[in-house]
Design a protein around this ligand. Structure first.
Ligand SMILES: *[C@@H]1O[C@H](CO)[C@@H](O)[C@H](O)[C@H]1NC(C)=O
Length: 147
């Protein structure tokens, strides 16, 4: 009886203190267990506020592989499950050309096509928005899991 109560209590504490939603599996890289796997990435949200360049620098300092996250399509919604505060992702426009920081791909979300010099965040309504790179926001870092 007592044992059962202790087990129940431990379970309760474990579920309350869980930092990330338990429907995301933990990243399997050692020292990155508090990052979660979303599609092919290990991802973590950082609450601290930084401008776009500072945020990217923070990501790179994590392990040399990570950058602000490459994200579009359904992935945006999944990131929102980690945090819905406005956050930088790894896309900016340089001389009107879109550039992802983490991957050399050409896919650009429709909502932010044809922008000039700006940086992309997920805004509080969960949409991608091109905005001033000097704004300070929290941010998502990511690296490809199986590299
Ligand atoms: C979020 O961004 C979209 C377009 O990218 C914009 O229409 C919408 O107004 C923005 N929402 C907020 C709360 O700023």
């Amino acid at each position: 009886m007592k044992t059962a109560a202790v087990i129940l209590l431990c379970g309760f504490i474990a579920s309350v203190s869980a930092f990330v939603p338990d429907y995301f599996p933990a990243c399997r890289h050692s020292n990155f267990e508090d990052w979660v796997v979303i599609e092919k990435y290990c991802v973590k949200h950082f609450e601290e506020h930084a401008n776009f360049d500072e945020a990217e620098k923070q990501c790179q300092l994590m392990n040399g592989l990570s950058h602000l996250v490459t994200v579009y399509g359904t992935l945006v919604k999944r990131l929102q499950d980690l945090s819905n505060s406005p956050s930088w992702i790894g896309l900016h426009f340089v001389n009107n050309n879109p550039r992802w920081l983490g991957e050399n791909i050409n896919t650009i979300p429709d909502v932010i096509r044809n922008q000039e010099n700006c940086c992309v965040k997920i805004n509080s309504s969960g949409q991608l928005e091109c905005t001033k790179c000097t704004e300070k926001h929290s941010f998502f870092c990511a690296f490809i899991e199986n590299r």
